[in-house]
Design a binder for this molecule. Structure first.
Ligand code: NDP
Length: 266
């Protein structure tokens, strides 16, 4: 059988770990596949680019997850609900769309037990799919965001939402940084006085950023709180995407050690 071709579409895309993760798993599991990166400038051209490159499947990253949603012929119910697709597989000329970010995130936080209330710092694209999956699983999610405008759709969906100006702190079992604060700067995701008020009462703090210790996680550690970065979230979304790419020939546990090796190359 000829090699099946896969890629990640994004802009920028040069830093993505997905090619390494998927190619290692293809090689080690003996699957005849090859995964590349593709810088897609115009999201409207996602579908035609997919077919012109002769691809079998793709992952989609910033800023094209909504374009990917539009490009699909058939949507997984969860992808449909959150309006964002990060994994597409071609079957018989049709594009099937999935969202593996949210189940990957859910699995990554499952090590924290007896959690009911969760505070999200941030309300962007990543918060959108992950808040929906947490709500479905029975967690109570509150969102605290810098700007009011992003919170509107969460309010409509029934979430408790605050800006820094009207925040009324409660105690939360988990506090999760869903912003890009700390990714390329030294910013905290919310004013320090707010964080210093809520972190002491929480069970654990999580950051979706990976590959560095963010100011948020540093602050959480200064209160001796358990912490976790975004590496497992990235790993798990990749494994679930790989399951779709290979039509579920391999189980999650079979794929895991191969993809995990990628994180040894830091
Ligand atoms: P978006 O651009 O959609 O949203 C950004 C959010 O961050 C907004 O809520 C914005 O608030 C807030 N924000 C940005 N800078 C600051 C700041 N200095 N202070 C306070 N709030 C700030 O981003 P995404 O949702 O796509 O990505 C968010 C993070 O998640 C990124 O760091 C990304 O790397 C990470 N990520 C990790 C993944 C993983 O697998 N581990 C997967 C996907 C994303 P405002 O509305 O006020 O602008």
């Amino acid at each position: 059988m000829s090699k099946q071709l896969f890629a990640i579409f994004g802009n920028p895309v040069s830093h993505s770990r997905s090619p390494l993760m998927h190619n290692l798993a293809f090689k080690n599991l003996g699957f005849s596949g090859c995964y590349n990166r593709y810088k897609l400038e115009d999201g409207e051209k996602l579908k035609e680019t997919f077919f012109s490159l002769g691809l079998k499947g793709i992952n989609i990253t910033v800023p094209h997850k909504e374009h990917a949603y539009q490009a699909c012929d058939i949507l997984d119910p969860f992808a449909q609900k959150v309006g964002a697709v990060n994994t597409i597989v071609e079957k018989n000329g049709k594009l099937y769309g999935y969202n593996t970010d949210a189940p990957g995130f859910l699995k990554a936080i499952s090590e924290f037990k007896e959690v009911k209330t969760v505070l999200f710092l941030g309300a962007g694209g990543t918060a959108q799919s992950t808040s929906a999956v947490l709500k479905d699983e029975g967690y109570e999610v509150t969102l605290l965001n810098r700007s009011a405008s992003r919170l509107e759709k969460y309010k409509v969906a029934g979430f408790k939402t605050y800006t820094f100006d009207d925040f009324v702190p409660h105690s939360y079992d988990l506090i999760i940084n869903m912003t890009s604060a700390g990714l390329e700067d030294n910013a905290l995701p919310a004013p320090k006085e707010i964080l210093e008020h809520i972190i002491p009462k929480t069970k654990a703090c999580i950051d979706v950023i990976y590959g560095k210790e963010t100011p948020f996680l540093k602050l959480a550690k200064s209160y001796a709180k358990p912490t976790k970065d975004g590496a497992d979230m990235l790993l798990y979304q990749g494994i679930i995407a790989f399951e779709y790419f290979t039509q579920h020939q391999y189980s999650f546990e079979e794929i895991l050690p191969h993809m995990r090796q990628t994180f040894d190359f830091n």
